[in-house]
Design a protein. Structure first.
Length: 69
């Protein structure tokens, strides 16, 4: 939350965000374990491989509507 607020230009301390969330009864997010790029690819291998077997073709009407001309 703190990082997103900074991106939006809202300057607020991380501890203030934590206090507001705590007062609202929102617990902190669990600590996430970072994974490597290789581990991510291994976990997504089936989906990535399946994508190689699909092909999309535009419909003729869409080509006529959006073709430069």
């Amino acid at each position: 939350m703190h990082g997103e607020l900074l991106v939006l230009g809202v300057k607020v301390a991380a501890s203030t965000v934590g206090e507001i969330l705590k007062d609202a009864g929102i617990d902190p997010a669990p600590k996430r374990v970072s994974s490597t790029w290789a581990a991510f690819l291994r976990s997504q291998a089936d989906t990535l491989l399946a994508c190689d077997f699909f092909e999309t073709r535009p419909r003729p009407a869409a080509v006529a509507l959006f073709a430069p001309g």
